[in-house]
Design a protein around this ligand. Structure first.
Ligand code: AMP
Length: 396
């Protein structure tokens, strides 16, 4: 990696300000529903503690729009982090100011401090220089480990880099290395599994990945726009009318480049998207006029699985059906379960729904890398350089 990492700086007896992404889903009562992003920070935090640094963590949570919102305080995150680390984490009530400075001065080396939600200050999302300066005055070194926020410009991931030596944390490093390899030097055959609701969200990803993948397996809602572009009647299945011509173009480009695009051969069709709707498997030519394709069918699952088994590199984004309903989750589940059993392959998954799916089915640990990024993951695969990664210092 051409960016400086944690091991390129001496953190001993230093105050280290770490931008993490603890923007976790919360229940209406403020309980953490998924601690995946918190767990992902443990290696960086432990390394800093073992090397006798004062660890000062900062993150945003939700969208408080520049003012303090009780529900979006970082207290439940601090509690969860304390549990995971097995030490008390000192949660502060602001992220800048005198009280914060005092608390940091009084902390011991090896302690972990969590600042209050950055977005309680408007300066965060506005990348305000004064706010960035105040944040950076708290530390000697800045570590960016918030890959999931790296596509956004903020004071805590861009502004601060003007004032402090800036390096990548272990999570950021891993994300950059794994995702860069997909774009520059993947082992072939390389298969991209794409699902989810909309083609329009994934056009740039498809166009960029087309330079490295050998084949796309497309399922989920987005497959129906492609099927329409190929002339099929798709009943009431999700279709983006204004993306049909783009889908057609993608199919043509793929043909020219020798990239295969495999679409569903059969689907589970239901009269409505409802758990107990009377769904049935139909071939793609036979979707009823009033039917909605809610999952890939067994023929498609078999075809996809064979191609996945034959691949050396696999990247996955987007569920292959309306997986929120148990009855329509079979296709997504089968692919997830297969990925969990494969050996000697590079398997990378990303996007909020996809990562959640892998965890739900308990196979996230078995695959090479589950990205913490949603938007950042897609932007990276589109081939864009992410502003917060750019802002980290280059290696000498
Ligand atoms: P995305 O955020 O684009 O990855 O889309 C995820 C959403 O796509 C999930 O909420 C799924 O319910 C939805 N989805 C997947 N397959 C279908 C489908 N066949 N019809 C409608 N929505 C779908």
């Amino acid at each position: 990696m051409h960016k400086k990492g944690l091991k390129d700086v001496d953190v001993k007896q230093k105050r280290v300000l770490v931008r993490v992404d603890f923007n976790v889903p919360l229940s209406p009562d403020g309980d953490i529903l998924d601690d995946f992003r918190i767990k992902a920070e443990i290696p960086t935090i432990n390394y800093l503690r073992e090397n006798n640094a004062k660890v000062i963590l900062m993150s945003h949570l939700g969208r408080p729009k520049g003012k303090a919102v009780k529900k979006l305080r970082m207290d439940s995150v601090a509690k969860e982090l304390s549990k995971l680390l097995g030490i008390p984490v000192k949660k502060l009530d602001d992220c800048i100011g005198e009280e914060v400075e005092k608390a940091i001065a009084n902390a011991d080396y090896g302690d972990v401090i969590l600042l209050e939600n950055l977005r309680f200050h408007r300066g965060e999302t506005e990348n305000d220089n004064e706010f960035a300066k105040k944040l950076s005055s708290l530390a000697d070194i800045y570590v960016n480990d918030a890959f999931a926020a790296a596509h956004r410009v903020a004071a805590s991931n861009i502004g601060v880099t003007a004032f402090l030596p800036s390096v990548a944390g272990f999570l950021m490093e891993k994300e950059i290395i794994v995702l860069s390899k997909l774009l520059s030097a993947p082992e072939h055959p390389f298969v991209g599994i794409l699902g989810g609701a909309k083609v329009s969200d994934k056009i740039d990803v498809i166009n960029n990945l087309m330079n490295t993948v050998d084949e796309f397996l497309i399922g989920g809602g987005m497959s129906f726009t492609f099927l329409r572009a190929n002339g099929y009647d798709i009943g009431y299945s999700l279709c983006e009318e204004n993306a049909i011509s783009t889908a057609r173009q993608i199919l043509e480009n793929a043909k020219k480049k020798g990239v295969k695009i495999t679409l569903p051969a059969d689907v589970l069709s239901a009269p409505e998207v409802k758990e107990n709707a009377p769904a049935r498997i139909v071939d793609i030519e036979e979707i009823p006029n009033d039917g909605i394709g809610v999952d890939i069918g067994p023929k498609t699952a078999k075809i996809f699985k064979k191609k996945i088994q034959d691949a050396k590199t696999i990247v996955w984004n987007g569920p292959l059906g309306v997986f929120e309903f148990e009855a329509f989750a079979k296709g997504t589940y089968e692919i997830a379960r297969l990925l969990g059993t494969l050996k000697n392959k590079t398997i990378v998954a990303g996007g909020g729904e996809t990562a959640a799916t892998l965890r739900k089915f308990g196979v996230d640990k078995q695959i090479t890398h589950v990205s913490t990024g949603g938007g950042a993951f897609l932007k990276f695969l589109e081939g864009h350089s992410l502003p917060a990664i750019e802002a980290i210092e280059d290696k000498d």
